[in-house]
Ligand binder design. Structure first.
Ligand SMILES: [Zn+2]
Length: 245
């Protein structure tokens, strides 16, 4: 690789996650200049032999730069966190058009979101990601006995895959207690489109608890680390609490 070339990871509709060398991207007047940047959606001239790990990006046409994400720190932080999720939780060359479309939708709503809505957008998109990946938690009734849970004392077991009732829970079983408000918010995060969630006003405490549930689901099912690099950046911003951010 020459000095002016750069190793880039892309997320594509057709091939899922792929890595390639952006040839000569650092050169002045490069045809790739300004196009191969974080968050940019491009139409790429990309060649890759089946036998090699890396492809070659020789040309790119910019379709959408999602302008607005990089202009505001919280939007930037959560946008970057999404890219880390995509990178960490996808296998190379496994196409998932649903996840590609979800990514497009998320970046599209994030670019113009109010900064204080960026967190809910991110956690909702991540919850949808986990669900699309086949790990939707059971939140309707106790996942062990099927009884509807009437009390406000709700418990989630990540091992069992959802809500568990007081009768079924074992002594010392690892569970996470949640409030009825958090359960309602989690339902909304899955059922509502991101465009609607971008406008939602939520109780910050409820939002933090829902984020904690989604983060734990991500760690348990898709191997997400609890401390993404982007979270460290978000933690430096004054108004971010852990882990609601
Ligand atoms: Zn039960």
């Amino acid at each position: 690789m020459t000095e002016s070339s750069r190793l880039v990871t892309f997320y594509s509709r057709e091939m899922g996650k792929v890595k390639g060398v952006a040839k000569g991207v650092g050169r002045p007047r490069s045809r790739l200049g300004g196009k191969v940047e974080l968050f940019n959606l491009i139409e790429a001239d990309f060649y890759k032999k089946e036998t090699t790990e890396l492809g070659i990006l020789s040309g790119a046409h910019l379709i959408n730069d999602f302008k607005g994400i990089s202009e505001e720190p919280r939007r930037y932080g959560f946008g970057s966190a999404w890219c880390e999720v995509l990178d960490r939780a996808s296998q190379p060359e496994e196409p998932h058009p649903d996840i590609f479309d979800l990514t497009y939708d998320f970046l599209d709503k994030l670019r113009s979101a109010r900064p204080e809505a960026a967190g809910l957008l991110f956690w909702s998109a991540l919850f949808k990601f986990i669900t699309v990946s086949g790990y939707a938690p059971g939140l309707e009734a106790c996942v062990s006995c099927g009884t509807e849970i009437e009390t406000d004392r709700l418990m989630i077991s990540f091992q069992r895959g959802g809500l568990v009732c007081p009768k079924c829970v074992e002594p010392d079983e690892p569970i996470m207690p949640i409030t009825r408000e958090t359960l309602d918010l989690l339902d909304r995060m899955l059922a509502s489109p991101l465009a609607q969630l971008a406008l939602a006003e939520i109780n910050p405490k409820t939002g933090r608890q829902a984020a904690e549930v989604v983060l734990s689901l991500g760690a348990y099912h898709i191997g997400l680390p609890r401390n993404l690099k982007s979270f460290k950046f978000l933690d430096k911003l004054t108004d971010s609490g852990k882990p609601g951010r």
